[in-house]
Design a protein around this ligand. Structure first.
Ligand code: G6P
Ligand code: MG
Length: 215
């Protein structure tokens, strides 16, 4: 049996449902650029970095922009997105998450964040979870986006644990690929059909307990 010493959490879609705010902000940008952006399109942006998300959006709208214009619009979308997340409160933490984090801490299991978002510190602060995390690795501190394992490998290094001693929680296919590429056990959060590359899948943290970390 492997002794699990750390849990690494993705943020968007695992701890909070920020996808809905990303969706509104991208949709508003698409409309400004003269095309529509659907909820189904938004699925393609989960776990994907801000600039790559913009590229996908432009591909959907069949638009091409200069690098400078892209930076301008990515920034504009972010200002809009931040206006939504600045209103987030503790009640937006997904069911069971806080209880699970509390039980990890009580049992000496280390906790790190492994998110592609540059807004991760702001979101954790808004929902009052910052102090639960021993380390935060986010879009400001990695150079390679998921599915590259950098975000999780860096987290494990900061926590002083090996890949085999970590469990990653992820809702995005790219994130699961990142965890597996880093040699880590990965629990998918969401739908079994979409997250089939994960070692096992839970619908939410209400289903999670420390016992499920023994394998
Ligand atoms: C997460 C989300 C993505 C988002 C990315 C960057 O991975 O799932 O949808 O594009 O973070 O977020 P940011 O807050 O830096 O724009
Ligand atoms: Mg996610």
């Amino acid at each position: 049996m492997v002794q699990i010493k750390a849990c690494l959490f993705d943020l968007d879609g695992v701890i909070v449902d920020t996808a809905k705010y990303h969706y509104i902000a991208w949709k508003e940008l698409a409309q400004e650029l003269g095309f529509d952006f659907t909820e189904e399109d938004n699925e393609r942006l989960k776990g994907v970095s801000r600039m790559r998300s913009l590229d996908i959006l432009l591909e959907i709208g069949n638009k091409s922009l200069s690098e400078q214009e892209k930076l301008h619009y990515a920034d504009k979308k972010n200002v809009n997105y931040v206006s939504y997340i600045q209103k987030m409160e503790e009640d937006e933490i997904l069911p069971g998450v806080k209880e699970f984090l509390t039980s990890l801490r009580a049992n000496g299991i280390k906790i790190a964040l492994g998110s592609a978002s540059k807004n991760a510190p702001l979101i954790l602060n808004q929902i009052g979870l910052t102090s639960y995390f021993d380390e935060i690795v986010d879009g400001n501190s990695v150079s390679k986006a998921k599915p590259d394992p950098e975000v999780f490998t860096k987290g494990a290094n900061l926590l002083n644990v090996t890949a085999e001693e970590c469990v990653v929680f992820e809702d995005a296919v790219a994130g699961i690929e990142a965890a597996k590429a880093g040699g880590m056990y990965c629990i998918g959060v969401g739908e079994e059909e979409t997250l089939s590359e994960a070692d096992f899948v839970i619908k939410g943290f209400d289903e999670m307990s420390l016992d499920r970390l023994k394998f």
